[in-house]
Ligand binder design. Structure first.
Ligand code: R5P
Length: 312
């Protein structure tokens, strides 16, 4: 069966790198807007009988990128793709996986339903906010992790004074995984979310005084979580040598300025969300190209993904 890689517009450079590592090029897709703003796209080559992988992050503009993915899946299904897999390096809406208050939607569930009715028959994602998302899908869901690759990038800066820090309770298991890979102790910041942009810290569990924190999280959006954790760590006597590691650098609004105003020495992230051509010197980007190409190659050949998956 022929392997075809197609991409929406969210993260072309990553999709091209993935296709390149698989010894192919991206298939041709035309994406347009009608004068009234409606999205229209067209797969510009035959994909009948192909094993098709659609690479698209649902990063900002989230709804537009999500709709591209849904329409692309429908186009592929109608064009006779034999197998159809979405590869979603950054999965938007993943944080809305439950009702926090009354009369809210479970938006992640709605997105899961939309992806499945569009014709996708398998989904691949990376370091989701919560692994419960897999249960929202009845199609096979492969949850890959970039953590070993990110930990390899952090390793050279680890010293005997380093400590891995979870900036909230939700990141505690992730911090455990990094601590295990880097042979470091763990501390946990206790956070309460005040609004979409603001969080407050109520305490820290674990020793941070005189230590150099490596704060780990699945994603950075507004930077509020990292800022609050950093200030709490400094108040608790940590060294002004702070590193931040996160898979998904969504970095909305003034997030980068927010982090630059703190004694954060380095920000290590993946390219699941496409970054501007000129990057802040603070940011070190690790490519997901090899991980995604390996996963796609194995799925195409019906081989195990065991060592590439999240086991948290
Ligand atoms: C939430 O629990 C996540 O793991 C992140 O900590 C959070 O979503 C990051 O968002 P922000 O950067 O806006 O605080």
């Amino acid at each position: 069966m022929n392997l075809t890689i197609l991409a929406g517009s969210s993260n072309r450079s990553l999709a091209e790198a993935v296709a390149g590592q698989l010894g192919t090029t991206l298939g041709s897709v035309g994406i347009y807007r009608f004068p009234d703003g409606e999205l229209h796209l067209e797969v510009q080559q035959s994909i009948r009988g192909d094993d098709v992988f659609l690479v698209q992050s649902t990063s900002p503009p989230v709804d537009s990128n999500l709709l591209e993915l849904l329409l692309l899946a429908d186009a592929c299904r109608r064009a006779g793709a034999a197998r159809l897999t979405a590869v979603i390096p950054y999965f938007g809406y993943a944080r809305q996986d439950r009702r926090a208050t009354g009369r809210e939607p479970v938006s992640a569930r709605v997105v899961a339903d939309l992806l499945q009715v569009s014709g996708l028959r398998r989904v691949v994602a990376v370091d989701l906010h919560s692994p419960v998302l897999e249960g929202f899908f009845w199609v096979p869901f492969e949850h890959l992790t970039a953590v070993p690759t990110l930990a390899d990038t952090v390793r050279p800066i680890v010293t005997s004074k380093s400590v891995v820090v979870a900036p909230d309770l939700g990141a505690a298991r992730l911090a455990d995984t990094y601590a295990h890979l880097l042979h470091l102790p763990v501390a946990i910041v206790h956070k309460t979310r005040v609004s979409g942009e603001a969080v407050s810290v109520t305490g820290i569990t674990g020793a941070v005084r005189g230590r150099a924190p490596i704060i780990v999280d699945d994603m950075i959006s507004t930077g509020g979580t990292i800022e609050a954790a950093t200030r709490a760590l400094l108040s608790s006597g940590c060294l002004p040598d702070i590193s931040v590691v996160a898979t998904h650098a969504v970095l909305v609004g003034t997030a980068l300025q927010r982090l630059s105003s703190l004694p954060v020495q380095r920000l290590i992230v993946s390219n699941s969300v496409e970054q501007p051509a000129t990057l802040s010197p603070l940011i070190q980007t690790v490519s997901l190209g090899t991980l995604l190409a390996e996963a796609i190659g194995r799925l195409h050949r019906d081989e195990s993904l065991e060592d590439l998956l999240v086991h948290r």
